[in-house]
Design a protein around this ligand. Sequence first.
Ligand code: ATP
Ligand code: MG
Length: 295
Amino acid sequence: MLDITEAETLLPPIRKIALDAPPTVAMPSIDVDHGPRRHRTTTPGPERMTLEELTVAYSGKEAVKRVSLPIRQGEVLALIGPSGCGKTTLLRTLNRLTELTATASRSGRILLDGQDVDHLEITQLRRKVSMVFQQPNPFPMSIFDNVAYAIREQAMRRPGKKEIAPKVEDALRRAGLWDEVKDDLARPALRLSGGQQQRLCIARALAVRPEVMLMDEPCSALDPKSSAVIEELIVELKRDIAIVIVTHNLQQAHRVGDQVAFMYLGDLVEYGPTDDVFGAPRAQRTRDYVAGAFG
Ligand SMILES: Nc1ncnc2c1ncn2[C@@H]1O[C@H](COP(=O)(O)OP(=O)(O)OP(=O)(O)O)[C@@H](O)[C@H]1O
Ligand SMILES: [Mg+2]
């Protein structure tokens, strides 16, 4: 049998868990505060992209069904919904990445600044509509070269280091990473922390001066502190570009989204200002999803 002192030494150590926001003990209804709200845009900016009756199918089975949406500069559009409802498919279709999937087919129109994306040259489209993925995926090269690579790839002629250095700095500054890396840009990118790697990927996406940035669960592999840094960055960036973020974290959608689109089994069930979708959802399915996640 153990005596008391022996038992005490076997107890697990007390761990202090750092929180990025004060804990909420219980949320009785869905119209309570879901964490600190970032700055909301009240006047909509210019419409950058327009989705008209967009349908995407894999081997004939529809994953996105007749979705129509505007994507505006100065706004963050948060795309939410249960697993498998078509969020990634929708996002990847916006810069025609779904075309890489042999079984995928598409109907409906996607406009970028009023132009059908099917009529745009593909590298031009992907420069204007860039993507950040769930897992940070820096190239196995230096911090500098990760960003320089993106710039060189888009340039008509190969720019020299002197010409490229200010652009690299600018992208790293906009991604909120410059101060942490400026003293050693030659360091391998893969030695950065996960949060820094994701900001490097954002810098890479920003380096080509996109109009729209697509982010597929960009914080899901990150700790709360790095996520908070990226959320602040998203809100900062939306002044100049339109941002679409897919997230399973409804508090995050609430914090960063100006508009929220709720998808369910390929349907766009509800789209509207964040406070409306969370505070007074029109559809029962949205209500269930939002309440289930918060309540
Ligand atoms: N390459 C593919 N080939 C065939 N079916 C696919 C493919 N990619 C996705 N699907 C199917 O399309 C539907 C939507 O998938 P999608 O990845 O867009 O969902 P999601 O909302 O992003 O899910 P999650 O939240 O889990 O990431 C699912 O039924 C999925 O099985
Ligand atoms: Mg997905």
